[in-house]
Design a protein around this ligand. Structure first.
Ligand SMILES: Cc1cc2nc3c(=O)[nH]c(=O)nc-3n(C[C@H](O)[C@H](O)[C@H](O)COP(=O)(O)OP(=O)(O)OC[C@H]3O[C@@H](n4cnc5c(N)ncnc54)[C@H](O)[C@@H]3O)c2cc1C
Length: 461
């Protein structure tokens, strides 16, 4: 008899889950037993321990996954502890002979998984490491010189060309009655997994989000039916709420990029020209996500250090008071303050406002991008190491394919263009008495340009 374990990580869904399917198939073939588990370890996540908003989403998502699996006769075990301690012990104690999990792209987790995989392989355990990105393998797509891409457009072209080959049939697990699913005696309840911080801040998130696999599919469906057609035009307008809002679901794998691709493919191929180009525009954003994961995989230090090494810590000038005003939405620039308050209230912020808030912090206020990224990391429900590091470095002008340093958004001009009637700003600034501006926009822009120019001259490569 075989015993196959499935380690759920960022694939918190039942359908189209390659790690789960592989294990179910193996178990059915050998009339074996299956152990499904989620392992929470704050230690393993160090130095990127989740923030409270992300933990809240995770807790809801696990509740939903547990329910969805139990509907199919499968038990999800919840365990606390470091993977390198717990997994070898489980394997020994429960005579597990195979384990399946999904590939991680973050350097600290990829390193942990690699070590564990080697250790288990030496003990003769069969391993299946699944992938659910659009790019089957991050080592697969390289420039002609054999180096990783650093520029988005050629990466995009290469991946886009290959895409529709990967859209094989979707799979749905309705019931797994013939499979014996084991409940471990060390399994915890969601409450004792201790994901939620005692701070009441996170409770308000429930007013804005509904995590879970089914909810992610419903959201996608609504987005396709009601918003996709206007996506290319309206996605930049924060009051329009014109985007999919799927980022946290994608991060936790409640839905995968391949599942979305399957839905976009017929629209692109046989939809009207405007439907087709809207679906392409949306797909392009999913490829940005793929690019971020690819960059983090190939350049693991990019979560902490500027890709352009000229912009090391000495370039920025940390100032606690500026940082706090920005975090609290008290900069005196209403579009920035609205965005920062939206973030605090809801754990999310619209993409253009993220760009404006990041540009203002790193350029007008001269603060290190890493500090801004850390605040986003702590407060976003969709906090994602790859997307967040790339987004911040792009705006700060020090990342791969970065916006040039002289592109400094003027938040007031941007607000006039993208929130002309102030609807977005009113929505998030209802209890706002506008503080004096922290810095003058025109002079801080000039100073930033000078700072970048001088630094580049001094560090000419
Ligand atoms: C400074 C900064 C920080 C960011 N931090 C994060 C983060 O921590 N987590 C995160 O998921 N996104 C981050 N983004 C990217 C982007 O803002 C969000 O993905 C987007 O706002 C989520 O809304 P949506 O799901 O409605 O996006 P949609 O417009 O509907 O896009 C669909 C999906 O494509 C992906 N995507 C969209 N834009 C980008 C992008 N620019 N880069 C990479 N992937 C993208 C996301 O997975 C998104 O859910 C950041 C951007 C910036 C400028």
């Amino acid at each position: 008899m075989t015993r196959t374990a499935v380690w759920f990580q960022r694939n918190l869904r039942v359908t189209d889950n390659a790690a789960l399917e592989w294990a179910l198939h193996r178990t059915e073939q050998h009339e074996g037993e299956i152990i499904l588990f989620y392992l929470y370890s704050a230690l393993d996540e160090t130095p990127w321990r989740r923030g409270a908003a992300s933990c809240w989403w995770l807790q809801q998502s696990l509740t939903s996954l547990k329910h969805d699996l139990s509907q199919r006769g499968l038990a999800l075990n919840l365990i606390r502890g470091s993977a390198s301690d717990i997994i070898p012990r489980l394997i020994e104690q429960y005579n597990v002979d195979a384990i399946s999990w999904q590939r991680n792209y973050e350097p600290h987790l990829a390193h942990r998984d690699q070590q564990l995989a080697e250790q288990l392989a030496q003990r003769g355990i069969t391993l299946n490491i699944a992938n659910d990105g659009l790019l089957p393998d991050p080592g697969q797509l390289m420039t002609q010189k054999g180096t990783p891409y650093r520029v988005f457009t050629p990466f995009y072209r290469q991946l886009r060309k290959a895409l529709f080959d990967v859209t094989d049939q979707a799979s749905t697990i309705t019931r797994a009655d013939t499979v014996v699913s084991i409940t471990l005696h060390e399994s915890l309840t969601l409450a004792t997994l201790n994901l939620l911080s005692p701070h009441p801040w996170q409770h308000k998130l429930a007013r804005h989000h509904q995590p879970g696999e089914q909810q992610a599919h419903q959201k996608l469906q609504r987005f396709i039916e009601e918003r996709l057609i206007d996506y290319p035009i309206k996605r930049d307008f924060p009051a329009a709420e014109a985007t999919s809002t799927l980022s946290a679901s994608l991060h936790f794998g409640e839905i995968s990029a391949i599942q979305i691709l399957r839905i976009l493919q017929p629209i692109i191929e046989v939809g009207s020209p405007s439907q087709s180009s809207a679906a392409e525009a949306f797909l392009r954003q999913l490829i940005w996500r793929e690019f971020a994961r690819y960059i983090l995989w190939h350049f693991p230090s990019s979560a902490q250090e500027s890709m352009d090494t000229r912009f090391n810590a000495s370039f920025w000038d940390f100032d606690e008071q500026r940082m706090q005003c920005w975090q609290r939405g008290e900069t005196g620039i209403s579009i920035i303050d609205a965005g920062m308050r939206q973030l605090w209230q809801t754990g999310t912020m619209q993409n253009r406002v993220r760009m404006l808030a990041a540009s203002y912090l790193t350029k007008n206020l001269a603060q290190p991008w890493q500090y801004g990224a850390r605040w986003f990391w702590d407060t976003l429900v969709d906090a994602d190491l790859a997307n967040n590091s790339m987004g911040w470095q792009w705006v700060a002008g020090c990342g791969v394919d970065a916006a040039p340093y002289f592109r400094i958004f003027n938040p007031e001009t941007q607000a006039k263009k993208y929130d002309a009637d102030g609807e977005y700003q009113h929505r998030w600034l209802n209890d706002y008495s506008q503080p004096a501006t922290l810095v003058d926009l025109a002079s801080s822009r000039r100073e930033a340009l000078q700072r970048y120019q001088d630094h580049i001259k001094r560090n000419h490569q």
